[in-house]
Ligand binder design. Structure first.
Ligand code: GYE
Length: 325
C-alpha cells in the first residue's frame, strides 16, 4: 500500500512553484525528499498496532513518504514486500523481521541495489557482514532480566521456598522470544528456589495464550506459582483460563507480562497482574531521523535501544498515566 506519496509529490510541486525565483531561500526551507519502504510483521497485538500508528504519524511529521506493507504474520510476505521496495527504488528500506533466519538473499538484493536497510524492533541472524545498517528496538534481554528480578523480589517478600514457573513464549525464533527467555533464565539461574516447569510457544497471540494456559493448568494444576508471559496479549488470553480453574490471578498465581499496553496496565491496577515490563512501540521518530541520516550519507549508531521501565504491585499503580497503546 502506498501512503502519503501522492500528497508528498503534490506538496513538493507546490513548494517548488512557491519558491521559484526565491533563490537560496527555497533551498534552505525545502524538506529533504525521502521515500521509505517499511514492512510490518502484522497486527497481532496492541503493541504492533501502536507501533504501526507511531511509524505512520512520525513519517508525516518528518515529511517522509512511506510505502507501508503489512505482512500478516508471514515471512514470505515480508520478503515479497522488500523485493517490491527494491523494484520501486525506495531510498531506504526498514522492516521488523518476524523471525531471525532466512533474510540473506533478499538483503543481498537490497545491497546490490545500493539501498540501505534499517532493522526495526527485531534482529536477524546472518553470517554476512553489512546487510543492514542498524537496529532500532528494545533490549529484550534486559526485559527478561527485569521480569526475573521482580520475581526474585516478590519471592523474598512472600517468603517462598520453592517457586514453580510456567513460561508462555513469543513467536519461536523471533528476537523478543529468544532474548526474553534468555534474560529471564540467566537471572533466575542463581536462585535455587526457581524452577521452570515448562516453556510453551504462544506465538504472541491472545488465542494461543488461552490455549497454552489451559494445557498448563490441565498438566500442572495448582503446582503453578508463576506465569511468565512474553507479551500482554498472551497474558490477557491466559487470565480467564486461570479464573475458570477457580484460581485467582495475582494472588494464587503471580502473573508477569511484557509490553505494558493500556489493557494490561488496567488489569495490573485491578490486581490480576503483578508485574508488567515496559516495551515501547514508539520507535517512529528514531526511525525517521535515522532514515534521513542514511539518505544524507551520514553514519548512524549500530544499535539504538529505548529506555524502559517496570510497572508492578510494588508501586502506586494508580499513578501510572495513559499508555497510548
Ligand atoms: O512484545 C509483542 C509483539 O516484537 C516487541 O511483538 C515486539 C513484540 C511485542 O507482537 O506484543
Amino acid at each position: 500500500m502506498l501512503r502519503n506519496k501522492s500528497y508528498k509529490v503534490l506538496g513538493i510541486l507546490m513548494a517548488l512553484m512557491l519558491f521559484a525565483g526565491c533563490g537560496a531561500a527555497a533551498e534552505d526551507t525545502a524538506e529533504p525528499e525521502l521515500l521509505l519502504g517499511f514492512s510490518q510483521i502484522g497486527s497481532e497485538s496492541a503493541w504492533r498496532i501502536g507501533n504501526t500508528r507511531d511509524i505512520e504519524s512520525a513519517a508525516e511529521e518528518h515529511g517522509v513518504s512511506l510505502m507501508f506493507e503489512n505482512a500478516n504474520q508471514s515471512q514470505a510476505n515480508q520478503i515479497d514486500a522488500i523485493r517490491r521496495f527494491i523494484a520501486y527504488k525506495v531510498d531506504v528500506i526498514a522492516f521488523s523481521p518476524i523471525v531471525e533466519d532466512g533474510w540473506d538473499n533478499v538483503l543481498m538484493e537490497a545491497r546490490e541495489a545500493g539501498i540501505p536497510v534499517i532493522l526495526v524492533d527485531r534482529d536477524i541472524k546472518t553470517e554476512i557482514d553489512g546487510l543492514t545498517t542498524c537496529l532500532i528496538g528494545a533490549d529484550f534481554y534486559n526485559e527478561g532480566v527485569m521480569a526475573a528480578e521482580y520475581l526474585i523480589r516478590k519471592a523474598d517478600e512472600l517468603g517462598l521456598e520453592s517457586v514453580n514457573i510456567v513460561e508462555i513464549t513469543g513467536t519461536e525464533n523471533s528476537t523478543p522470544m529468544r532474548q526474553r527467555q534468555a534474560g529471564f533464565a540467566d537471572t533466575i539461574a542463581g536462585d535455587e528456589r526457581m524452577h521452570i516447569l515448562e516453556s510453551i510457544d504462544g506465538d504472541f497471540l491472545k488465542s494461543r495464550g488461552a490455549e497454552c494456559m489451559r494445557y498448563l493448568l490441565d498438566t500442572y494444576g495448582d503446582e503453578i506459582d508463576v506465569v511468565y508471559s512474553h507479551n500482554d496479549e498472551m497474558t490477557l488470553g491466559a487470565l480467564p483460563e486461570i479464573e475458570n480453574s477457580d484460581l485467582v490471578p495475582g494472588q494464587d498465581i503471580i502473573i508477569i507480562s511484557i509490553d505494558a499496553g493500556q489493557e494490561a496496565i488496567d488489569v495490573l491496577k485491578e490486581g490480576r497482574i503483578n508485574c508488567v515490563v515496559e516495551c515501547t512501540p514508539n520507535l517512529g521518530d528514531e526511525l525517521m531521523e535515522t532514515a534521513l541520516r542514511l539518505k544524507n550519507g551520514e553514519q548512524v549508531e549500530a544499535v539504538i535501544h529505548p529506555v524502559e521501565q517496570v510497572f508492578s504491585d510494588e508501586m502506586d499503580v494508580d499513578s501510572i498515566g495513559p499508555r497510548g497503546y
